[in-house]
Design a binder for this molecule. Structure first.
Ligand code: NAP
Length: 533
């Protein structure tokens, strides 16, 4: 790969390393805020969060489309240390989640640490003085002992490469940048994509628009989700009965783990859940033609299971048309499909998801020796437990490679990751070292173990956004939430080397541990990944 010249150099930053931040966090979504809370609680005072958007929230700031909500119940889709009893419904709408995150940030004094409107373009590790230098688009520069990348997997919108896309004469936008000023009422709207976002907003806009054309490339498996407001009596019970909400959180945790079991074991548990999904879908699909065309032709759980009791009925409305013919081009008047039909549209909503495999794109990250992360990840992203990458000292990724969940709550994973990163930085401090770097052989072995754990699971049985072009699954964790907890609960310092202020290996008051024995590295822990014990 062509070596680009770095725009960051030590000399550009005013102050010396004593003035550096303890940690610089990129992204003020759930991950970035969790990281700042965790670090501050444990004595890392100098923390700064840089956020590109004008507000905190990450995905819950950007995704404000009609009907936007989480399909993971809020008692699980919330921090363990900031539980609430006043959720208005099982799965909270976007605004409620955004308000919750803001409230938690305020309660923990995090808001003043966030610089909004600051887009990070480059992060570069400086071997000479063991620190990260971070450059923002507006020219600001920051020095930090540690870098926490909390930009998430679902961040950069993906647009399909359809010829003529720029020639469309009407209005268009991506579902994650909803144009609330555009009146949908009385318009002909085309929606491209039928993933988790589309199934939430299609039922909302269908009654409003004159005509809705939904372009589906692949059908989905559905499970019910009504998500009505809690009745007053139920809310009162949750607020007043001690332990009720905790019990529900535990219950949801186990339910989420059972979804993972269905995906891990497609021939057994997966069959049972698939049959439940099929029965539900049949009950919703009276229109035989629609039923035939939405029916998925792949194993239950391979793609994301969608939770909606309103999407399939919406497809059967008289003003809604489901098109399963491939789109061949965009014309000024609408979308042309393979059968030669032009579907006219005043507005196109691209519900075509995110560039999940690109992770931190377009941010440029260079590690020790000027190595580009892009280069290291040329064949697909990988990181030890999704968090650390060899040669990128004291860099911690949140919601990194292979830590997405198909069944559980990403908040659970983020909490483990932030505690793990904090333990790493505590070890650095305790040893009087300057930085921590995961051993190459440890990362390689854990990556092999992660990839091997996908064998026989539903995830391997179709194409999805969990995989890169070569077919490698780079997004998802192959196991259960409890296994991720077990793996990340306590950092194994022998898996790392500690660097001195001069970048040399092996400094620090306590000697570096020797590398864990091969058997341990190769993944023979107490409970093997992928086992159901
Ligand atoms: P997505 O799941 O990636 O769905 C994108 C859709 O666009 C798919 O239906 C895809 O079809 C379709 N598509 C892509 N290119 C196309 C083309 N050229 N022609 C026709 N269709 C095309 O994206 P998303 O719905 O925005 O959701 C992304 C992720 O965000 C979800 O999987 C989920 O993790 C998260 N999310 C979560 C919630 C929640 O409630 N927790 C809500 C919304 C989103 P194929 O299936 O054929 O690829």
């Amino acid at each position: 790969m062509e070596q680009r010249e770095s725009a960051v150099s030590s000399a550009d930053v005013t102050g010396n390393s004593n003035g550096d931040l303890d940690a610089l966090v990129v992204g003020a979504g759930f991950g970035g805020i969790a990281a700042a809370i965790e670090l501050r609680r444990h004595g890392f005072e100098r923390v700064r969060i840089l956020e590109k958007a004008p507000d905190l929230g990450g995905t819950w700031f950007y995704n404000s489309y009609p009907g936007a909500a989480c399909d993971v119940p809020s008692h699980l889709y919330s921090f363990s240390f900031a539980q609430r009893r006043d959720w208005t419904r099982l799965c909270s709408p976007q605004e409620e989640i955004h308000d919750y995150l803001r409230a938690v940030a305020e309660e923990h004094g995090i808001v003043p640490l966030i610089d909004t409107g600051v887009e990070v373009t480059e992060c570069a590790w400086q071997d000479a003085d063991s620190r990260w230098l971070v450059l923002a688009r507006d020219g600001r520069r920051y020095g930090a002992c540690a870098l926490i990348v909390a930009t998430g997997q679902l961040h950069q919108p993906a647009f399909p490469k359809i010829p003529g896309i720029e020639t469309f004469a009407g209005h268009s936008f991506h579902s994650s940048a909803w144009d609330h000023d555009y009146p949908m009422s009385g318009r002909r709207v085309g929606v491209v994509g039928t993933g988790a976002s589309a199934v939430q907003f299609v039922p909302e806009i269908a009654p409003e628009v004159e005509r809705l054309t939904v372009f589906q490339r692949t059908g989905n498996w559905f499970l019910p989700r009504k998500n009505r407001r809690y009745p007053a009596a139920w809310r009162a019970a949750i607020e007043r009965v001690p332990g009720l909400q905790d019990f529900r959180r535990q219950f949801m945790f186990q339910y989420a783990e059972s979804l993972t079991a269905a995906i891990r074991h497609p021939a057994t548990f997966g069959r049972v859940s698939g049959a439940r999904s099929a029965a539900f879908m049949r009950s919703q699909l009276q229109d035989e033609d629609v039923r035939e065309r939405v029916w998925p032709d792949y194993t239950f759980g391979c793609k994301r299971i969608l939770f909606s009791s309103r999407f399939l009925p919406a497809l059967q409305r008289s003003n809604v048309e489901l098109v399963t013919d491939a789109i061949v081009s965009v014309q000024p008047e609408g979308l042309l499909t393979e059968a030669g039909t032009l579907h006219p549209a005043d507005c196109i909503v691209w519900a075509t998801g995110f560039r999940t495999n690109d992770f931190m794109f377009p941010m440029r990250i260079t590690g020790s020796g000027g190595r580009e992360l892009d280069d290291v990840w040329r064949d697909g992203a990988h990181a030890h437990l999704g968090i650390t990458v060899p040669g990128f000292p004291s860099m911690f990724i949140l919601y990194g490679p292979n830590t997405n969940t198909s069944g559980g709550s990403i908040i659970f994973y983020l909490e483990q990751q932030t505690a793990y990163a904090r333990q790493a930085l505590e070890a650095v401090r305790r040893r009087g070292a300057a930085a921590i770097d995961v051993r190459e052989e440890v990362e390689a072995a854990s990556d092999r173990e992660t990839q091997a754990a996908f064998a026989g699971t539903a995830w391997t049985e179709c194409d999805s956004w969990y995989r890169n072009d070569a077919g490698r699954i780079v997004a998802n964790w192959p196991g259960y939430m409890r296994q991720y907890l077990q793996r990340t609960r306590t950092i194994d310092e022998r898996e790392f080397v500690f660097l001195g202020a001069d970048g040399a290996e092996g400094s620090g008051a306590i000697a570096n541990g020797s590398a864990p024995e091969a058997e341990r590295v190769a993944g023979a822990p107490a409970q093997a990944l992928g086992s159901d014990a």
